[in-house]
Ligand binder design. Structure first.
Ligand code: S3P
Length: 451
């Protein structure tokens, strides 16, 4: 497989999922997307060799790998999911535009990392990424001394010039691990101690991984929330990174089993970082039969195998404070909620409107097209659920994904347990985060194919 960006855009045939018999089997979770981006970026910032095992070989991460090459690192694929990054101890100026594809994590973290070096770089991405807010990252970077120019609203393409940064203390206005991470990566090369304060704890892979690369990162509880401090002038050194399985991808396989009668599916090696497991807690609250076995530590994260068995689910009110630990999982939770008895109330979801798509709007439209009653709110969604009987969701929708991988996978999952097939457009985008989705699902018995 070439280590180039292989995003697929433009007109594509759709993909259809059909009512399926019991799903059965054991599969490995694909590598975590968040960890994969970070491992490549820190490997390129570091001096020396970084080996990465279990890297997610999705389009988003490949775009980051290509970017790290452009910033001067040697990036090699040495086996399936096994990559070697030889960092020069810093970024050099790229001689062309950096294309981050569909990846918000890639774009924001790389801008933060690049900001610490004396260089000018121009970033762009696909149509979705070019529409997403970047000011949330550029504002704190500007406070640190970065100069930038971009499209109106702080949209890509954006050029920034970095180097000679000053540390800042910054309270995150929105709970965003990407913004936190961009500031911390810039802070490694700033003068003074940078502090990021978050009122709601977001995923902490950057903090954990910076330590694995030899940096000191201090985390404490302050009056306003969690304080993450990193001193400038630290040198990262190459590390061995083991990437745990992505709970956000495992979610589709597990929910497929929960809603498809007779199913029993085990997903191995799922990361169980408590800042990522909100969906599993919510599903258990709904009555899901989820069993975690073989808990262990791998690559600085706790991981386990999760078995899901078909369950009769009941709607719940999801605590809004849980949103941050399951922010990418609301589309698939909404699908589970469609099969539950009674309403599921999901609130505090403003951030969902600025993901790869407006996920509140697309989930509402897709569920509506599949005959599920719901109420859409400015920052929330209430899914009415059905009687809880098998195959009680009509399905039959032609779902518009706006190129959003998680919308596509969520509705293909719904179609397995609905009465009528469900079609999604632009299925090629699934490769951004879960290239083996259709193959793994099919191996479990799911009926998913081209229409
Ligand atoms: C991510 C953080 C989240 C999440 C995204 C990955 C990360 O985004 O939605 O898929 O790796 O830091 P925000 O930081 O915008 O909440």
């Amino acid at each position: 497989m070439p280590d180039t960006v292989t995003t697929r855009y433009g007109a594509q045939a759709g993909l259809t999922s059909r009512p399926s018999k019991a799903l059965r089997g054991t599969v490995g979770a694909p590598g975590d997307k968040s960890m994969s981006h970070r491992a490549l970026i820190m490997g390129a910032m570091a001096k020396g060799v970084t080996t990465i095992d279990g890297l997610l070989e999705g389009d988003d991460v490949r775009a980051t790998a290509a970017a790290m090459k452009a910033f001067g690192a040697k990036v090699e694929r040495v086996g399936e999911g096994r990559w070697r990054v030889t960092g020069a101890g810093g970024f050099s100026e790229p001689d062309d535009v950096i294309d981050c594809g569909n990846a918000g994590t890639g774009a924001r973290l790389i801008m933060g990392a690049a900001a610490g070096y004396r260089l000018t770089a121009t970033f762009t991405g696909d149509a979705s990424l070019r529409g997403r807010p970047m000011r949330r990252v550029l504002k704190p970077l500007e406070m640190m001394g970065v100069r930038w120019l971009g499209r109106s609203g702080g949209r890509l393409p954006i050029s920034l010039s970095g180097g000679a940064l000053q540390a800042i203390d910054y309270t995150l206005p929105e709970p965003s691990a990407q913004v936190k991470s961009a500031i911390l990566l810039a802070g490694v090369n700033a003068s003074g101690e940078t502090q990021v304060i978050e009122t709601e704890a977001t995923r902490d892979h950057t903090e954990r991984m910076l330590r694995a690369f030899g940096a000191q990162v201090d985390v404490s509880d302050g009056a306003e929330g969690r304080v993450i401090a990193v001193k400038g002038g630290q040198r990262l050194v190459g590390a061995a990174v083991e990437v745990a399985g992505d709970p956000s991808s495992a979610a589709f396989l597990l929910v497929a089993a929960l809603i498809t009668p007779g199913s029993e599916v085990t997903v191995r090696n799922v990361m169980l970082n408590p800042l990522r497991t909100g969906l599993f807690h919510t599903l258990i609250d709904m009555g899901a039969d989820l069993e975690i076995t073989n808990r262990r530590e791998a690559g600085g994260e706790s991981v386990g195998d999760i078995t899901a068995r078909h369950s009769s689910l009941t709607g719940v009110v999801v605590p809004p404070r849980r949103a941050v630990s399951m922010i990418d999982e609301y589309p698939i939770l909404a699908v589970a909620a469609a099969f539950a008895r009674g309403p599921t109330v999901m609130r505090g979801l403003g951030e969902l409107r600025v993901k790869e798509s407006d996920r509140i709007a697309l989930v509402a439209a897709g569920l509506g097209a599949c005959g599920v009653a719901l109420e859409e709110e400015a920052e929330g969604l209430i899914v009415m659920g059905t009687s809880g009987a098998n195959h009680d969701v009509r399905g039959g929708g032609a779902v518009i994904t706006h190129g959003d991988h998680r919308i596509a996978m969520s509705f293909l999952t719904l179609g397995l347990a609905a009465r009528e097939p469900v079609r999604v457009d632009e299925p090629g985008m699934i490769a951004t985060s879960f290239p083996d989705f259709v193959a793994l699902m099919s191996g479990l018995g799911a009926q998913i194919g081209a229409d």
